[in-house]
Ligand binder design. Structure first.
Ligand SMILES: [Zn+2]
Length: 542
């Protein structure tokens, strides 16, 4: 099987760690057996192809390497996508949310909660969270939950509050809060800690009750969504045995769209090893890395920092492991050959993680397993220097600027310009990878690329103009950088002979597009291993 793709602006991102060369006009690419055989001028490509090769003309569209999301929650994306879509424009106000939830009742398994997601209270016509009473009107007889798009809050109806064991008059739990009406009764809104616990409980509960076909549909739904956004590979940042099983079933059925690189939650590592699932299951599914959380989140103000937050809940955040304990965990995993990926947002957490990595890497300047810091939000200059010296890979989320940035600015008023310091990472020689943390925010990599360039919040503040990076470097985050972060730079991340034919076709070249307009570029096709997994119109032979 040979395919010639021509009349395309080809942004190869080739050239190792340095900047990629300028894209030549109307270059061509030859694909053979799912891999790139050649990239070059049309004459050369035709000469290299066999006579029967199929030819696809892209009429000047742009090809970039398949976009990679180095940290998202693929199973969660699929799980929420299977419920009611209460995002905009599907649900511009609370009556529409009620209608979407009503429609979802029939598709919800008996014994599971009716689920909706994607709302943002300040974008609704009513400008507030829906209430328990409004959810009761839509779903009167059984538990229903509506997740906020941030996944830091949700609304429960009365049956769900009861099943969760939440009662009027109950004090706020540690690490969380309840919304209350004027009489002090629970209004159904649940914030932070208990919300995370509910989400995990519901996901685990529903996955175990689903049949194999339903689980495969969940995975396929996430894959379709990511494919529409141009994503060809992703790290699932909290793989567990049940979500791994769902991916493996989808892989066996041939419906796993993206290449999934699983970060297995640390307390399931023994399961991973004894079950024999460690390593590559196929060219679409691998579990070779381990995920640890060292602290809380930025928008929930639970990231572990030095000093304290000037906004509720006013503390210094939550550090899950002290230095000694974390060091022993990393040492053990490193000795067993695992890449370790540690969620660290606050400066106190990042310092602790770097201490652990430094102790384990013991003065060696290389970081052969490519241990990572996930997020790295408050990585201030001395920490950047240490991370660079240790060769730590940072996997971060520029898309947070336009979606959550105003909340960060309120929580870090004196340090807001130093958060997510992409330019400083680059200057320090740190390999950074782009990602979304979806479904926390949208998985759209073009939005992330735009935000890495603009660093502008939804209220219009630019957080750290000096930390803006150019669009080529921003694209590198989601291609070369992300491929490196998942040990796949020999196979994906650039368009070069011998690599897998994973690429994304765009209707404009992001390198030549005004930064403001990058997130409006349309994905025309997403191709994995030479096979289209998404096309906005028929371009490639399926
Ligand atoms: Zn995450």
């Amino acid at each position: 099987m040979e395919l010639i793709v021509e009349d395309a602006v080809t942004v190869t991102m080739a050239g190792g760690a340095g900047p990629a060369g300028p894209p030549g006009p109307a270059r061509s690419m030859l694909i053979r057996d799912g891999r790139i055989a050649a990239v070059g001028p049309p004459g050369e490509i035709h000469a290299a192809a066999s006579p029967g090769a199929q030819v696809v003309r892209l009429d000047g569209a742009t090809i970039v390497p398949g976009l990679i999301d180095a940290h998202c929650h693929v199973a969660n994306i699929g799980y929420l996508a299977a419920g009611a879509d209460c995002s905009q424009p599907s649900a511009p106000g609370i009556p529409a949310i009620q209608a979407r939830l009503r429609e979802a009742i029939g598709q919800t398994l008996e014994g599971s909660w009716v689920t909706g997601s994607g709302y943002v209270e300040y974008k609704l016509r009513e400008g507030r969270h829906p209430t328990r009473a409004e959810l009761d009107e839509a779903v009167p007889g059984r538990p229903a939950v509506l997740y906020h798009t941030s996944l830091h809050a949700c609304v429960l109806n009365t049956a769900a509050l009861r099943e969760a064991g939440f009662e009027d008059g109950q004090p706020d739990p540690p690490g969380g809060a309840f919304g209350r009406d004027r009489e002090g009764r629970l209004d159904g809104v649940v914030y932070e800690g208990p919300m995370f616990a509910l989400f995990e409980r519901n996901l685990r509960h529903d996955l175990t009750r689903m049949g194999a076909g339903q689980r495969a549909r969940l995975v396929a739904g996430a894959g379709r969504h990511l494919a529409e956004l141009g994503v060809t590979a992703a790290c699932d940042a909290d793989l567990r045995r049940d979500t791994y099983a769902a991916f493996a079933e989808a892989d066996a059925d041939g419906v796993l769209s993206q290449r999934i690189y699983g970060l297995v939650v640390h307390d399931e590592v023994d399961w991973l090893v004894t079950s024999g699932q460690r390593g590559r299951r196929s060219d679409r599914l691998a579990a070779e890395a381990v995920k640890i959380w060292s602290d809380g989140g930025m928008s929930s103000r639970t990231a572990a920092i030095h000093g304290s937050y000037p906004v509720p809940p006013y503390g210094s955040g939550i550090l899950y492991f002290e230095r000694g304990e974390l060091t022993e965990m990393v040492r053990d995993l490193d000795a067993r050959g695992f890449q370790v990926c540690i969620h660290a947002q606050g400066d106190r957490a990042i310092e602790t993680v770097l201490d652990a990595y430094a102790a384990v890497l013991a003065g060696s300047r290389a970081n052969p397993r490519r241990h990572r810091i996930e997020h790295g939000g408050a990585m201030y200059p001395p920490l950047i220097a240490r991370a660079a010296e240790l060769g730590i890979v940072v996997v971060s989320q520029p898309g947070f600027f336009s979606t959550l940035g105003d909340g960060f600015a309120a929580a870090f008023p004196g340090r807001r310009d130093q958060l997510y310091p992409f330019a400083s990472w680059r200057r320090a020689g740190i390999t950074a990878a782009g990602s979304s943390d979806a479904p926390v925010i949208t998985a759209d990599p073009l939005l992330g690329i735009r935000d890495a360039v603009l660093r502008r919040t939804s209220e219009g503040h630019v957080l750290g103009p000096g930390e803006r990076i150019g669009v080529q470097d921003a694209l590198a985050l989601y291609t070369r950088g992300a491929a490196f972060a998942m040990h796949r730079e020999d196979e994906i991340g650039s368009l070069e002979p011998g690599k897998l034919a994973d690429f994304t076709v765009l209707d404009a070249n992001p390198l030549e597009t005004d930064a403001e307009r990058i997130s409006g570029i349309r994905v025309l096709a997403t191709v994995i291993g030479g096979t289209p997994v998404y096309q906005s119109e028929p371009i490639f032979p399926a």
